[in-house]
Design a protein around this ligand. Structure first.
Ligand SMILES: CC1=N[C@H](C(=O)O)[C@@H](O)CN1
Length: 273
């Protein structure tokens, strides 16, 4: 594995050294995304949108890269796709977790977030937390590779018993059709999918803070880079911090449904520890 890794970073160097310099010369950066509203998705008109592309457009422009291009894939393929050079950066609001920190280099997070559920109208099983799912013996669905799996495992739910789906729209359908009692996701995602589809059979629950290792844990979402791209990550972070300080980041994220209290001062270093 070590040989394969060093070959990949070697290839980076051969193809023109520093990735940022290469992106500037190309004038474009390829963003890996997983079709999740409102983080990063292709809209009805085929246009790339969401908070991550909006932030990426601003920051990369300021770094001298005027164009961004989408590379849509499944959430579970974002890290492998990044590391096999299919795109340059993960722009999907991906949560920083210690396990992922071993595989990629995270920028500092742009937001912090609680979880929420999609349930059938009226919430017949009264599900508001992962503990409720466990107690009710309810069927849980979430996305493949989602951080919500670990939050659910914390209360004793088993991944092998979950319905793992490609995205939140599949989750909504599974709940509406009764194949699952609950779909777990980030609060902003589930809120958005229920509202935008104007679902008459499903509703979203109030946001709650899940636990990890016995402690309340807010998800923190960030851009991710290959381990070798410290330069690009640092340059990106510098621009992100300026946007946080000036309030520009909140102005960019608010129209997508993010709240003032979902802005964060946490760092990737703290979250990777
Ligand atoms: C934005 C996002 N965050 C979670 C994660 O990083 O696993 C999942 O809920 C998938 N989507």
């Amino acid at each position: 594995a070590t040989t394969a890794c060093s070959r990949v970073s070697g290839a980076d160097t051969k193809n023109g050294g520093d990735l940022l310099e290469r992106l500037k010369a190309q004038g474009t950066v390829k963003l890996g995304l997983a079709g999740e509203q409102p983080y990063s998705y292709i809209d009805k008109n085929g246009k790339l949108t969401g908070t991550s592309p909006a932030i990426a457009r601003i920051i990369f422009e300021r770094l001298g890269v005027p164009d961004v291009q989408p590379f849509p894939t499944e959430f579970n393929s974002l890290i492998p796709g990044l590391n096999s050079q299919q795109f340059d950066v993960v722009a999907a609001g991906m949560y920083i977790t210690p396990e992922r920190c071993e595989q990629v280099l995270f920028a500092d997070p742009e937001y912090e977030m609680r979880d929420a559920f999609i349930v059938r109208k009226g919430n017949p099983k009264n599900l508001h937390t992962y503990e409720d799912i466990k107690k009710a013996g309810a069927k849980m669905a979430t996305g493949t590779g989602y951080a919500e799996i670990a939050y659910a495992e914390e209360v004793g739910l088993k991944e092998s018993e979950m319905l793992l789906l490609p995205d939140q729209l599949a989750g909504l359908l599974a709940v509406e059709q009764g194949r699952a009692d609950v779909f777990a996701g980030t609060a902003v995602t589930v809120r958005n999918v229920v509202r935008q589809t104007r679902s008459r059979k499903a509703e979203y629950t109030e946001a709650f803070t899940p636990k990890l290792d016995g402690k309340p844990d807010l998800g923190t979402g960030a851009f991710a880079f290959r381990k070798t791209e410290t330069n690009l990550r640092d340059a990106f972070n510098r621009e992100l911090h300026k946007m946080k300080k000036s309030g520009e980041l909140l102005r960019v994220m608010k129209p997508f449904g993010f709240l003032d209290e979902e802005m964060t001062t946490m760092t990737a270093k703290e979250r990777c520890a």
